[in-house]
Design a protein around this ligand. Sequence first.
Ligand SMILES: [Zn+2]
Length: 369
Amino acid sequence: MSFFRIFIILVVCLAAGGSSAAWRPETIRVAVVKGGDTLQLDGTGVLLTDTRGEPLRIEMPIEVKRAGSRITANGVTISGLVASAPIRIDVNGKGYRGIVEVTSGDRGLLVVNELPIEDYLIGLINCEISSAWPLEAVKAQAVIARSYAIYQKNARRGAPYQLESSVMDQVYEGCDIEDSRAARAVQETAGEVLTYDDKVIQAFYHSNCGGHTENSRNVWGMSLPYLRGVPCRYCLDANPMRWDLKLPLKKVEVALRAAGYQVGGLKDIRVQSRNESGRVQELAVYGSRGRIAVSGVAFRKAIGYGVLKSTNFEIRMAGDEALISGTGSGHGVGLCQWGAKQRAADGFDYQEILSYYYPGVKLAKGYGQ
Ligand SMILES: [Zn+2]
């Protein structure tokens, strides 16, 4: 080992107060931009290399353009760009900590932000909930987001990135919305994750269950002992989420056909069965060629997760429209964020909140630091 490397390790060690757990924080790779042909990078004290680690001397700000399987940075063609800065790097005006990598992906520019998991969590809190919520709810959010990130990191080792920055995984918009309460919740739960049988759990969560959380089997066909569904009147107290939706049958037909269902002349949709949480298990869809069965989960996916907020709904026909009224928002599996908020306001601590929504789990320390 060269003197230089020993020197670097010593400096990093001293900067971290000499703690062996903290001097090499576990990192996570998050896809923060997928698509588009141009973007702008900016920042102060930014170190730049190409993807092989060769230093680049390009002035900030940098206009990045896609050029086939390569990119150009202020007109210079390179394989890709790796940027790191002591504080933050701006990508299209949004700040990110750690390292930012820009390459040409299948569907446009791909920007991956690699950063310590604990820093990622501080940025994430105000994307998923509000740090102004009771602190025990914010701490519960920190623990489940950390558990989710570490589970996915292990599951997607070797992939170009391990997390999406959208509701597909966890919403993450960089460091601009960090604040001291989010940082406090992350620090007070530092390195804590939920485990079952000594393995980090798939800590799914959602916005508002509407009265009962969902068994993972009903959504993904995957039975997990800690994702079985529990009653939750708490979100009804905190934020009773009722919604109504009017969908032209023609539009529903187009959406179902796009999802692969052979339906024509759609004239009626009825709830055929509900599961134990009250959500729609199966719909009967009547068209000119008879009846087909569509699961509630597949129906929501076809219509759009943002349009049909949950599978907890009633449906009736009015002329050439379907009138849908429902409750809750999200898939319903795992922790209910609005329910957790109310439970924290009722005086439960974050461990009690977590063990309610994930029965049988344990809180383990020492991960992701
Ligand atoms: Zn709930």
